[in-house]
Ligand binder design. Sequence first.
Ligand SMILES: NC(=O)c1ccc[n+]([C@@H]2O[C@H](COP(=O)([O-])OP(=O)(O)OC[C@H]3O[C@@H](n4cnc5c(N)ncnc54)[C@H](O)[C@@H]3O)[C@@H](O)[C@H]2O)c1
Length: 330
Amino acid sequence: MKQILITGVAGMIGSRMAEYILKQYPEFEVIGVDNLSGGYIENIPEKVRFHQLDVTTDNLDTLFENGQVEYVYHLAAYAAEGLSPFIRCFNYQNNLVATANVVNACIKYNVKRLVFTSSMAVYGIGTPPFNEIHQPNPVDPYGVAKYACEMDIQIAGDQHGLDWCIVRPHNVYGQHQNIWDKYRNVLGIWMYQKLNNEAFTVIGQGKQKRAFTYIEDCLEPLFKAATSEKASKQIINLGSSTETSVIEAAKLLQEIVGGSAIEHLEERHEVINAYSTHEKAKSILGYVDQTNLKDGLLIMWEWAKQQPKRERKEWDTYELDKGLYGFWKK
Ligand SMILES: NC(=O)c1ccc[n+]([C@@H]2O[C@H](COP(=O)([O-])OP(=O)(O)OC[C@H]3O[C@@H](n4cnc5c(N)ncnc54)[C@H](O)[C@@H]3O)[C@@H](O)[C@H]2O)c1
């Protein structure tokens, strides 16, 4: 049977993608890999052949040896962009070295195409709306790692004939998002805070603009990223074209959850306005902005309320404390 391999299968995009493929494209078997550092075993659909492995350090040969893996989605990463300057080495190990390990395996086992989820973080201080033709200019180690991965994958394409599609999703949210990690996923952080009777925390005045994207709108486009001829060797922004300020998003969620206080935190080093153009996502991947933020949040909130109590992710020590924001200090 033809196989699709997904790294990061216990995470939001990986697990939802696995579900989608198993339902819509049953001709594929899904092989899943995750080290469960940022995703949960309960997210993984039963039919996935799951391997608990660390893609940074483990040998991946056994996953490919029967020669049936056609497409690889490399989604495993730790996407805590704001924290990345304080866990620099970990960030490069887990995001860049891990990708090199996956690229090696894809070349060695003649995978038909590697789909890599990069990030809008590669654009950094560029001028929004970010277009794929803009020169990346990342402002933090997470963005640098993603950009380096992109370049490495393209080199593997030129030198070793690896086919690839690089997708740059942004601010994807929905069911299976990790709402227990205090360093990332602002909408999930607020849901956790509401469930624990805490105020919504907003960095600075919340004027930062983002284009929040509902996970289900991304699934068929991601499938096409692997399988459509037109997506071969393309870099494609993926997500909603409607930008919303963080404070507007907080107010919208306040209405949905039945009210919450807002606590403003000190500003941090980040790109203020980050949103992009989507002509390529629409024309190549068939992306349609179907779900507005209110509708997506209503669905995610219903899901969040059903979740078990879980311990919140907190780093015991950072690699660097210098310049660390008060809200992350111990
Ligand atoms: N969600 C977004 O808004 C967004 C935006 C841009 C890019 N991305 C990228 O999409 C991908 C998936 O994002 P997500 O939102 O589903 O994140 P997620 O944290 O929910 O999923 C990532 C998964 O990777 C796993 N993982 C991390 N390091 C690993 C390792 N070394 N070995 C094996 N597994 C490992 C985690 O346990 C987790 O289950 C990531 O590469 C992320 O950078 C996401």
